[in-house]
Design a protein around this ligand. Sequence first.
Ligand SMILES: [Mn+2]
Length: 328
Amino acid sequence: MRHYNRNFIPKSLQRIIENPEAYTIMKNVSPLSLFNIGKIWLKYQSVAQPIPNMVNLTEISKNFNNVLIVGDTHGDFTSTLRITRAFFEKKVDALVFMGDYVDRGEYGFLNLMYLIGLNLAWPDRVILLRGNHEDMAINLVFGFYQELQRYFENPDIFKAVQSTIEAIYDLMSLAAITPLDSLCIHAGIPKIAFPLNILNQMPKPHSEFNSITDLQLKKELKEIFTQIRWNDPTENEQEHPNARSYHGFFFFTEPELKAFLKMNHLKRIYRSHEHPRGIFQEIFPNLLYYIYSSTPNYGNIPIGHVIHEKGNHIYLRDIDFNLKKKIQ
Ligand SMILES: [Mn+2]
């Protein structure tokens, strides 16, 4: 067990952190009360607010030289527990989660609160990025909203919980750069190449776009905010690259990715986001790696994967830390 500061971590989350099997008794009830969610929120604000939208991991801590990068977990809490075991057993020193913690799976609330708990316990070792499902409008369609309604039947309490969770989403980071110059983002690069540090001109909380007075900058930042959490790569340039543009997101091609990586002095991208793609793909060889980290019942996805960067090496592992492939 890694040492951590228990202050501000509600007892129910401490129990799971210290004994992962404890979660089974919480399956059908809310793991946290509104009071505890409020306490988490207070602490989370002080931890998350100073962390920029674009995080340079080496600036946060030297521990990111041995880091596990995790794709979508989507309410699959059992997979999250299996993934985080490597951290508790000190096989890795840090964790980066690339978003989509809720929806689709059964235990979105527990999954999200546990990850927030880890973030509060180890702020210099656990990073949470925002995916496209960290959005209550999306949660209304994909199940998390209804999951919360089951836990919090009183409408006033439900409303308070909902707005606290929205505020939590709004303080997550959007991108992380590893010591090996890999970029971690939820979905894809924006259609127009841009210097990544523009992300740090984006307000935190993200919903405060209206505080930006430069209208052109505001428009660009809004587009980047959407596209980084939604865009998909396409291997086939004939595949109508702009087919989904009416939603405000796009496909991007290998030449576009090359230009983006060059502009930002980066080597590769890790992304998740698309569950139909399967568990792991080297989409654009050496430039883009797709990982999905839960073991969902939809599709034919047998088990999720994570990426492990250690020293100068990059490994593909399954969620139980078994080596699947040496990438570099
Ligand atoms: Mn997604």
